[in-house]
Every structure is written in structure tokens, then in C-alpha cells.
Design a binder for this molecule. Sequence first.
Ligand SMILES: N[C@@H](CCC(=O)N[C@@H](CS)C(=O)NCC(=O)O)C(=O)O
Length: 208
Amino acid sequence: MKLYYSPGACSLAVHIALREAGLDFEAVKVNLPTHTLENGDDYYAISPRGYLPLLEFDDGSRHTEGAALLQYVADRDPRHALIPAAGTPERLAVLEWLTHIGTEMHKAFSPWLWHADTAESTKAGCRTRLAARFAELDKLLATRDYLTGTFTVADAYAFTIVNWAPMLKMGLSDYPHLLAYQARVAARPKVREALIAEGLAKAHQASA
Ligand SMILES: N[C@@H](CCC(=O)N[C@@H](CS)C(=O)NCC(=O)O)C(=O)O
């Protein structure tokens, strides 16, 4: 299996999940601004939408959409630790978080806050929305270590997206429990491996 990724992009969540699940994979780096691979190949030829993350299976089939990929990887975890069993309220709780992070947080950050030409009023609206989400997370994380109690793929996704705040100079000092959560997730051995593999370990330490 191949994971197409770009350092620190939303693909980091799937990267973390693959390592936490102990699955074999090859990481293929994509230059997002140019949508090219390191050998110069056009990424649009692999992913017509140009989006990461993408998983390519050994039969050549290609699959996208981070929240769906996270569920797939979690279901392949032989320890069944990254997502609860299908049809249970515990699984529903993880799916709620995956959907919330994808639609309310990921898409408030991206693409708007990453593009220099986004109108300031749009950026301000995104930041206000995200501040409300951070406050909600902070309150919840005052009562537990992970979003649904134990580490799941929802935490891999939340960690990845919240990690963009310091990269965009959005301080998290008003959210001490969220900051502690980011440090807790980053300290997990498999998360650390993923950060090191993506060349982000130092950047993460500096922003923590
Ligand atoms: N709906 C997609 C969105 C993925 C997405 O926004 N990926 C960003 C990186 S975090 C990307 O590939 N951007 C490249 C582009 O906009 O062309 C998903 O949830 O997987």
C-alpha cells in the first residue's frame, strides 16, 4: 500500500493511523504547490482532484477522503484499538468527531487560511469559527486525555488539524488543555515516528 502525503498536510492523520495500526506502507511525497511527485510526475494524473491524502492499494486501486481512509486503516488494525466495533455507540462517537473535524475544522483552515490572496474578512471569519471549536475542545479535554477517552483515529485527525494553528501564527495559549493534548499526542511513539518521517519533529517541538 502507498500513502501519498505532503509534510504536515491532512495526510499526516492517515500517516499516523498507519503507523499506530502497524501496517506496512510506502510513503510517496507530493509537492502540493506544484502538484508533482519528487520524480517530477504530475500528481493530477494520480489524483484528478489533486488532493491528499490518497491510499493506493497493491491492486492499483486508489482511494481518497481522509475521514474514510482513517476508518479503513483503523479497521485494519489487528489490535482493534483505533476505532470501536461497527454498529456501536462508541463507534458513532468516533465517526461524529471525524465528521466534525473534517467539515468544521479542516475546511475552516483549508484552503482559506493557507492562501495569501484570501480576503481578510474571510480569514477573520475562519479564525472566529476555529476559536469556538478550540474552546469546545479545550473544555472537553479538561475532562479526558483523548476525544472519546482512548486514542482513536479521531485524535490523529484532530491533532493534525490543530497543529496548523501554530504554523499559521494562531496562538493556542488560551486553550491549555488543548495544548496539553497536542503535546500528549505528539509524544506517542508512533506519532513521533510519523513527525520525524515527515521532517516535522523539530517544528512541532518549537510550536509546542
Ligand atoms: N475532502 C478532502 C480534502 C483534502 C484536502 O483538503 N487536502 C489538501 C491538503 S490538507 C490538499 O490536498 N490540497 C491540495 C489542493 O488544494 O490542490 C479530504 O478530506 O481528504
